[in-house]
Design a protein. Structure first.
Length: 95
Protein backbone atom coordinates (compact mmCIF):
# COMPACT_ATOMS: atom_id res chain seq x y z
CA UNK A 1 0.00 0.00 0.00
CA UNK A 2 1.44 3.42 -0.95
CA UNK A 3 2.55 5.70 1.86
CA UNK A 4 1.03 9.16 2.32
CA UNK A 5 4.12 10.84 0.87
CA UNK A 6 4.44 8.59 -2.18
CA UNK A 7 2.56 9.37 -5.38
CA UNK A 8 -0.52 7.19 -5.77
CA UNK A 9 -0.51 7.42 -9.54
CA UNK A 10 1.84 6.95 -12.44
CA UNK A 11 2.57 9.93 -14.67
CA UNK A 12 0.61 10.36 -17.89
CA UNK A 13 1.08 12.45 -21.04
CA UNK A 14 0.64 15.71 -19.08
CA UNK A 15 2.62 14.90 -15.92
CA UNK A 16 5.83 13.38 -14.61
CA UNK A 17 7.53 12.52 -11.35
CA UNK A 18 9.95 14.86 -9.59
CA UNK A 19 12.09 14.20 -6.53
CA UNK A 20 11.48 16.97 -4.01
CA UNK A 21 14.83 16.27 -2.32
CA UNK A 22 17.32 16.46 -5.23
CA UNK A 23 15.22 17.69 -8.18
CA UNK A 24 15.61 14.52 -10.28
CA UNK A 25 13.11 14.35 -13.13
CA UNK A 26 14.38 11.37 -15.13
CA UNK A 27 15.50 8.35 -13.05
CA UNK A 28 13.25 6.39 -10.67
CA UNK A 29 13.07 2.84 -9.37
CA UNK A 30 9.45 1.66 -9.52
CA UNK A 31 7.87 -1.37 -7.86
CA UNK A 32 4.32 -2.16 -8.95
CA UNK A 33 1.97 -5.13 -8.74
CA UNK A 34 -0.30 -6.16 -11.59
CA UNK A 35 -3.15 -8.58 -12.08
CA UNK A 36 -3.38 -9.47 -15.75
CA UNK A 37 -5.49 -11.63 -18.00
CA UNK A 38 -3.33 -13.25 -20.70
CA UNK A 39 -4.05 -15.38 -23.73
CA UNK A 40 -1.32 -17.98 -24.14
CA UNK A 41 -0.92 -19.93 -27.37
CA UNK A 42 1.46 -22.88 -27.48
CA UNK A 43 3.16 -24.13 -30.63
CA UNK A 44 3.13 -27.84 -31.36
CA UNK A 45 6.64 -27.94 -29.85
CA UNK A 46 5.29 -26.47 -26.62
CA UNK A 47 6.78 -22.98 -26.99
CA UNK A 48 4.43 -20.38 -25.45
CA UNK A 49 3.44 -17.11 -27.09
CA UNK A 50 1.49 -14.55 -25.04
CA UNK A 51 -0.50 -12.71 -27.69
CA UNK A 52 -3.04 -10.79 -25.60
CA UNK A 53 -2.51 -9.07 -22.25
CA UNK A 54 -5.22 -7.13 -20.41
CA UNK A 55 -4.31 -5.35 -17.18
CA UNK A 56 -7.16 -5.88 -14.74
CA UNK A 57 -5.61 -4.15 -11.71
CA UNK A 58 -2.39 -2.31 -10.97
CA UNK A 59 -0.94 -1.06 -7.70
CA UNK A 60 1.97 1.33 -7.34
CA UNK A 61 3.92 -0.18 -4.44
CA UNK A 62 7.05 1.98 -4.25
CA UNK A 63 8.77 4.79 -6.13
CA UNK A 64 12.28 5.85 -5.19
CA UNK A 65 14.66 8.40 -6.66
CA UNK A 66 17.53 6.68 -8.44
CA UNK A 67 19.92 9.53 -7.60
CA UNK A 68 19.35 10.21 -3.88
CA UNK A 69 17.22 7.24 -2.80
CA UNK A 70 14.31 9.31 -1.46
CA UNK A 71 10.97 7.51 -1.29
CA UNK A 72 9.00 10.10 0.65
CA UNK A 73 9.62 13.13 -1.57
CA UNK A 74 8.43 11.91 -4.99
CA UNK A 75 5.69 14.12 -6.39
CA UNK A 76 3.66 14.30 -9.59
CA UNK A 77 4.20 17.59 -11.48
CA UNK A 78 3.07 18.97 -14.83
CA UNK A 79 5.29 18.39 -17.84
CA UNK A 80 6.58 21.55 -19.50
CA UNK A 81 5.46 22.51 -22.98
CA UNK A 82 7.77 20.94 -25.60
CA UNK A 83 8.73 24.43 -26.82
CA UNK A 84 9.82 25.38 -23.30
CA UNK A 85 12.46 22.64 -23.33
CA UNK A 86 14.51 24.48 -25.94
CA UNK A 87 14.12 27.75 -24.04
CA UNK A 88 14.79 26.28 -20.55
CA UNK A 89 16.91 23.12 -20.94
CA UNK A 90 17.36 22.88 -17.13
CA UNK A 91 13.82 21.44 -16.99
CA UNK A 92 14.83 18.35 -19.00
CA UNK A 93 16.73 16.34 -16.37
CA UNK A 94 17.82 17.00 -12.85
CA UNK A 95 20.87 18.13 -10.91
Amino acid sequence: MPSENMPSETPDETSRWRCGRCGNLTRFDVVRSRTVHEYWHFSMAGVPDVSEVTVQAETLDKVSCRWCGATDRIEVVRRPDPEALTERPEEVGGP
